[in-house]
Design a protein. Structure first.
Lengths: 345, 345
DNA sequence: CTGTTAGCGCGTTCAT
DNA sequence: ATGAACGCGCTAACAG
């Protein structure tokens, strides 16, 4: 029988007050608004805090102030690496503050998102970061009633709940397809997994450019509700070649799909970029070192996470950014998988 | 000027009590120990709860009971996909319960881990899940004093803080190298990124087998403190070929390194598996569809997350598993990258 | 089975 | 610049 884990007794504000020989409120003030406390008592309190090892009880703080130090982060999934990148940005952005992120995933279900928001509402979060702009009406309302700064991320919209930072996914789709056309590809397919709202908008961008060039053909659009994954990319490419054997390029809604598609080409002996051009989305680490390297539309997930946190922090500090809508942009990273044109001039 | 986000007034226990015409405690009991409340009042309360839309205030619960519904999850990083897999398991395992996971990352720093644990300690978590078994003495003590079930994950040890689930990393390393030797490889290199404790133990396993066969050679061991990444794999392979040009196989401490190494071989025209055998670690999705497919030592991260949660839940339900130490095992997934032997018999 | 009485540790008035 | 008093919403003893 091992010892039952003995909880260490927690030091509280009154303990500190006793040790420093001042009242509880004074300690509380010294901690939150030091400028209102004399230098002398401030030092005594700092001393007591240190020797006793006092750490505030967040539950008591939250209860008394009706406000927690939680930053709620709502993403659809953790399988897709882009959201892991976003989270890293959020975590790093919160570094050094006393705020704590709390992540949940919606599994791409709007009703689940509402439920999760309801849970968050009871926590009185200090701020909320939610992926996407396609919340249900109920979810939007819940976010508004949350009584804290809210940042939608990964996309842009003229009508955010509160603030928004991300990129224009449809425009990114257009840029990708334009690049392929510039390189001389014409029978350009679209490979899409999961087909969440962001994927839908990338597809819309694809359609914009294809129809503008009179290149539209339903046989070229291959999608699946399956989550994005390397293995799915291979299957989608196979389906495309069955549907449109003369396809000469693909735009993929994620880089794992793009890499999977490349592997499928290699299995079939299709030369990339000569016989098949490939453009991915998001510019994951892997596509810049594959053989051949894969062109991709880079998005700035990590930076988006960082900035979203900053937007919230500024708001909480009473200095909200004038800019409620931030376009994080995108970059078309041109690599070997689309370099069919002769180089340079 | 847009309306200031108006906080919705929260419904509390006393509101429900009023509506149901019973005392506050009765409501509280009806919610937590329904069997102690008569069917009649239970129904009245359920009604009131539903019509008022009552949701408990976790801060108040935590304060009054000195216990939160948080499950603390401490991982070193979110960059490595294996931890994202673990998190998915934890999230899914918590699905349907009223417990909420809270993730933090140590960035592979022991002192940071201690700090984070101190923060968790103030939250009175319901349970803790921590990656690895190499906590500092201070961290171990903090975990013990947490007063809640603790599960260490990703490795095994005869001496866990409380409970542990994971695999024997050193043994996994041995199995990988044994497989390469069985396939006829002899000049087997080790490619290791980051070199955290798990990587160290995989290396130890590699050393065990290599020296047992009299194949040891320092020139074959290439490591870097850099975080594991696809691009790092290429560099490590290049370094190995500079250090030991006659190397004929590699064991990599992660699959991104393995894939990066494969790409490097392709760039150099080295045929895999004929001229270079490759075994990765963890069996990420991507290595089963690359060309060629890559052999890897599969670990069960998702299942580990699920089980860790179950271990904690059982503990909280008063029915702790008799088994405090669980070996989640590993599997050597044999694929094309090491299939040098003639097939079948 | 149900209610009464006390806090949990902190923030927020209002005084001084 | 400092302190006393009260309450946040809930749980935990005890009574009845």
């Amino acid at each position: 029988m091992r010892e039952k884990n003995a909880q260490k007794k927690a030091i509280k504000l009154s303990d500190v007050a006793l040790r420093a020989n001042v009242s509880v409120v004074t300690v509380s003030r010294a901690l939150r608004q030091p400028e209102l406390v004399s230098q002398n008592t401030r030092d005594k309190i700092a001393d007591a805090v240190k020797t006793l090892g006092y750490v505030p009880n967040p539950a008591a703080q939250a209860l008394a102030s009706a406000r927690s130090r939680l930053i709620g982060v709502v993403i659809p999934s953790l399988t897709n690496q882009i959201f892991a990148d976003l989270l890293r940005g959020v975590m790093d952005g919160l570094e050094g503050t006393t705020y704590i992120p709390q992540f949940v995933n919606t599994r791409y279900k709007l009703t689940r998102e509402e439920d999760l928001l309801r849970v968050f509402a009871t926590q009185r979060p200090a701020g909320m970061i939610v992926a996407g702009i396609d919340q249900s009406a109920a979810a939007r309302q819940l976010l508004q009633e949350m009584g804290c700064p809210v940042v939608q991320v990964m996309e842009t919209t003229p009508d955010p709940v509160d603030m928004v930072i991300g990129c224009d996914q449809q425009d990114a789709g257009r840029a990708a397809v334009r690049h392929l056309i510039d390189q001389g590809y014409r029978r350009i397919g679209f490979l899409g997994a999961r087909m969440d709202p962001r994927a839908q908008r990338r597809l819309a961008g694809y359609n914009d450019i294809m129809s503008a060039h009179g290149l539209s053909d339903d046989a070229l659009v291959i999608t699946t509700p399956h989550p994005s994954a390397y293995s799915v990319g291979g299957q989608l490419m196979a389906d495309l070649l069955a549907s449109a054997p003369d396809a000469d390029a693909v735009f993929c809604n994620n880089d794992d799909v793009a890499l999977g598609a490349l592997f499928e080409c290699q299995r079939r002996g299709l030369r990339v970029p000569e016989q098949m051009g490939i453009v991915g989305s998001n510019d994951l680490d892997v596509v810049s070192c594959s053989v051949p390297t894969i062109s991709s539309v880079r998005t700035h997930r990590y930076e988006t996470g960082l900035t979203a946190v900053n937007m919230i922090m500024n708001h909480l500090n009473g200095t909200p950014l004038e800019q409620r809508i931030i376009d994080a942009g995108y970059d078309v990273m041109v690599r070997s998988s689309t370099s069919r044109q002769k180089k340079g001039g």
